[in-house]
Design a protein around this ligand. Structure first.
Ligand code: FB9
Length: 490
């Protein structure tokens, strides 16, 4: 307020402030600070500020030295005694720069003569004009063009173009501004000074304060959306909190033969420790062994020697269907049989080559319905309902193969954004060789399907490299500034 009061106070008795730089110097403040006050007062038309360009000169480091210690030519002249001195002696007594610059300028000024190695004076006394000019510039005094040109040439000053302001009273001039109040307070009302308060204009375009909130990782946003879809469709979540699984629950119980390539270490992460599982339901294991070896339940089996130690091997689950299998087995132990809808969304691990869109792990989404007399039509119907809630209404189904489902179907959806059919998942009806050894009633069928969480998330968020979505290189701004995830129709 000091600068503001100084400007308004000065203009009360004077017509104008001719030069804001001089005014700032008089106040002992930086011109930039004064400029902000000028712009504010000018904006409210309290003053009228006319800007102008002003050439100004600043002393260089060498110029400042001369302004204090005098010019080299004067110091050189003063070092020459009236009786003269040898050049060699003079060189020893003077600073090398004073000697070299001083000798040439005092010769140029015709102050000394150098002959046969000795220096004599040609005048009795000299004035240090350079020092006086430099000190004058430092004090902001006017210096005429020729002198300035010489100082510029000797690099004792540099030119600066400053923007200055000429200030006069504005149409809304007041000698002292009332403090702009932002709020009408109880004190104002009690004191009654609200009457002569000025209130700050409301800036209705001002941005609200950014709120510091947490942000869900895009995968978790999409996971939440899909969980809601399952819950709205009456599905219960399965307990998937075990990444480590036995080969038995991951493969054997699904009637996947022990020679299947998917069970090779090129596709599966087997554990060194603990290498084998401890506890399996032995009677059930017997039935699984038999159905692999000789079949049963109308199946002829695979006809190979099933190995228990192969089934005992621990691994990182390659699909969440291992969990679905456990759930179906436990459901089969409950009498009487109760139909169920289960879902899961969790990480699975595959020992495969990684690339821009694939890591050695991904999040599998799986839906399972276990009920009397389910048909492929039921599966197609529930898929159309599920994917419609994700905004995908044009579906196509293509016959496929899974070791544990028959029939199986790949699911495709026409993606308007990408203008093409996109594979969106896989599905099927679990085989009797999987369900009947569990003890499920003969007329009970199970339909199931799966997809990944990363694929829809990357498409919805326009992310083309999986490392921008998952892993140590994720850019938090992508998470912070990502769009709110709203999947199709729900
Ligand atoms: O997610 C996949 N694609 C997809 C899904 C949604 C989507 O939404 C976009 C907004 C529009 C886009 C794409 N897929 C499954 C299909 C392909 O991406 C495929 O190339 C990759 N698949 C993974 C397997 O990769 C090794 C996705 C993953 C997958 C595949 C099959 C299952 C689960 C995940 C399954 C199953 C299943 C089958 C029968 C019974 C039980 C489970």
């Amino acid at each position: 307020m000091v600068a503001e009061d100084a400007i308004l106070g000065f203009l009360q008795s004077q017509d104008e402030i001719a030069d804001s730089h001089e005014f700032a110097a008089g106040l002992g403040i930086d011109h930039t600070e004064l400029e902000n006050v000028i712009k504010r007062l000018n904006g409210f038309e309290i003053i009228d500020a006319q800007d102008f360009k002003k050439d100004n000169y600043l002393l260089t480091e060498e110029g400042k030295l001369y302004a204090v210690e005098g010019s080299p030519e004067v110091n050189f002249f003063l070092a020459v005694p009236p009786e003269g001195i040898s050049l060699a002696n003079l060189k020893i007594t003077l600073d090398p720069k004073v000697f070299s610059i001083g000798s040439s300028w005092s010769k140029k000024n015709n102050w000394i003569e150098i002959a046969k190695g000795s220096v004599t004076r040609k005048v009795d006394a000299v004035e240090d004009k350079v020092k006086d000019l430099l000190k004058g510039i430092e004090d902001g005094k006017f210096v005429d063009g020729n002198d300035v040109a010489e100082l510029l040439k000797r690099k004792l000053i540099v030119k600066q173009t400053w923007k200055g302001y000429k200030l006069r009273k504005g149409p809304k001039y007041v000698s002292k501004r009332k403090k702009a109040a932002t709020d009408l307070t109880r004190e104002h009302l009690q004191k009654g000074d609200w009457k002569d308060l000025e209130f700050k204009e409301y800036n209705l375009n001002a941005q609200g304060q950014p709120i510091q909130i947490g942000y869900l990782q895009p995968l978790l946003e999409v996971r939440e959306e899909i969980q809601n879809i399952f819950l709205q469709m009456g599905f219960e979540e399965m307990p998937t909190n075990n990444f480590v699984e036995s080969s038995f629950w991951n493969f054997d119980a699904l009637f996947q033969p022990q020679q299947h390539p998917a069970r090779d270490s090129h596709d599966t992460f087997f554990l060194k420790a603990p290498a084998t599982t401890r506890d399996l339901p032995e009677d059930y294991v017997e039935r699984v062994k038999r159905v692999h070896e000789v079949g049963g339940y109308g199946s002829k089996g695979y006809g190979y020697d099933w190995k228990r130690d192969e089934a005992d091997k621990n691994l990182l689950r390659t699909h969440t269907t291992a969990v679905s299998t456990r759930m179906l087995y436990m459901l089969a132990q409950k009498k009487p049989f109760m139909p169920k809808r289960y879902y899961s969304i969790d990480r699975v691990f595959r020992n495969e080559a990684v690339d821009r869109t694939h890591l050695a792990e991904f999040h599998q989404i799986e839906g399972v319905i276990c009920d009397h007399g389910l048909t492929l039509g039921d599966l197609i119907g529930v898929l159309e309902d599920f994917f419609a809630r994700l905004g995908m209404t044009k579906l196509r189904f293509k016959p496929a193969y899974n070791p544990y489902t028959e029939p199986s179907m790949e699911i495709f959806s026409y993606h308007d954004g990408l203008n093409k059919w996109v594979e969106i998942g896989n599905s099927g009806m679990f085989r009797p060789e999987m369900l009947l050894p569990m003890g499920l009633p003969e007329d009970v069928n199970v339909i199931a399907w799966g997809l990944s969480l990363e694929r829809p998330t990357m498409i919805l968020y326009g992310i083309d490299n999986i490392r921008d979505l998952f892993g140590p290189k994720v850019d938090f701004n992508v998470i912070k500034n990502g769009p709110i995830c709203r999947l199709g129709l729900q």
